[in-house]
Design a protein around this ligand. Sequence first.
Ligand code: ZN
Length: 566
Amino acid sequence: MIFNDMQYERPDFDALLAAYDELIACADSAKNAEEGAKILNRHNSLMIPVGQMLSLASIRHSINTTNEFYLAEEEYYAQNSPILDEKISVFYAAILKWSFIPELQPQFTKVFFTNAEMETKTISPSVISLMEKENLLCMDYDKLQGSAQIEFEGNTLNLAQLGAFKDNACRETRQKAYTAEAGFYDAHRTEFEQIFDNLVKTRTEIAHALGFKSFTELGYLRMTRNCYSAEDVEIFRGEIAKTIVPIVAEMKKQQALRIDVADFKFYDDALIKLGGNPKPHGSQDDTYRAGVEMYKEMNADTREFITKMDEMKLFDLKAMPGKMTGGYCAQLAEYKMPFIFANFNGSSHDVDVFTHEGGHAFAGYIASKTAPLLECTAPTLEGCEVHSMSMEFLCWKFLEKFYGDDANSARAVHLTSALYFLPYGCMVDEFQHIVYANPEFTPAQRNEKWLELEHKYRPWMDYANAPMFSRGAGWQRQIHIYSSPFYYIDYCLAQAVALQIFAIMQTQGHDAAWSKYMDYTILGGSKTFIELLDFAGLRNPMEKGSLDEIAAAVADYLATHASDLN
Ligand code: ZN
């Protein structure tokens, strides 16, 4: 079976809701663990085809947002999936009453029940229409971003294609790329501001209706934060501000010297290496083939995984007009296979996407083999980002395949960017905490806060009088702020873990790092994030002082490989 031949059919929601009514009645009268197990297995067999069809519709819509059929399907799901979610939450509530849950935990995992309980708090019939509204607003943002047709140096580009010019070796080109991007956001300023304002108010209304003080509490439940709190995250951000920001500030001074600019500006930020960041040497097709070859060589597990992905054509990588921006990995539940979506643009981003989404795909593939329920195929999202961000480092051994003799430069640039990312990610997270604590803020007040956070986390960013950016509206480009509230810190937590894998790779070699990675990955979604870390012998990044070691490992590598950035 190849992806294009997979049949799509809209699930019959009425039949599904009726099936769940029956299942809820069975759950209410279940007497023992044996009956309980049957009910959970039946739930799983109902969810697999739904998961498959939701994924197919969403992937095909993102491949071509102008396809009317899948657009209509996406709108249908945006409107109807909250009804199904609510029904599943009632089902969860019914099973949570079982006295024999402890007997089911060995098979279905303890964390499944913990997460189910959190889920039941995130929805009720009274908020369904508001959730539909929220979903449609997120779609409005996607549509607006996807509509970008930006004239740039004689070509019409979407936002992803334009992004390739932001680390161009020519300073004027970089600046123009940012100006062109700002031009698009400014032309749609009112729409972007209104969509977000509506989202904040709608989410706050949902939170109040569910009995929460603000959306933040609900946001944490929606992210299934089952092993840490907002206070832990605050400690983590504090550690980043204290330990990482000063290191990055120093690195930025060196970067300015290296790329030979006396007045470092925000449009110099992405150019880590004079002459331009390394690019994959071959065509986009070559990058794809190198990626397949890499996973074939890495080890037997990755070979099996990539061979199936390649045979089933589970990739859509090239940037095309009408295609949604960004990159992601989705699961095709009926085939227990992942799908990778990206927007190749000829930059190192293509390799990053391949190795990063490849990590998600590999982890999903491994976990699907043994997961007792769809809910257990993956841990919470910071746990999943460990799969992908660690894989980016585990791919270092093979970078010559993509970059030839620029591979050492590519490694140093990747590591530098990994460290640079942490302050930005924390800024996005702190911004969202402020936004949802103050839902009455005007767009201008939100921008003002964003600028304050820029000073705290990225004091080297000089926006001068640049359109959009200088008034603090740069956050509007970050899709997660619109569509996935409180998701962003997950990348930072995961990066702090991935850098531990990097440190092990430096001191003990690739194989030792791989084995640690597998200790963590093989458990799929059967444990909480912190339990996974404990099991694999990795440190919880939210503990005070936990970043010191990785900061030292990175500084050490970059000091001994300084010439790779010249
Ligand atoms: Zn990811």
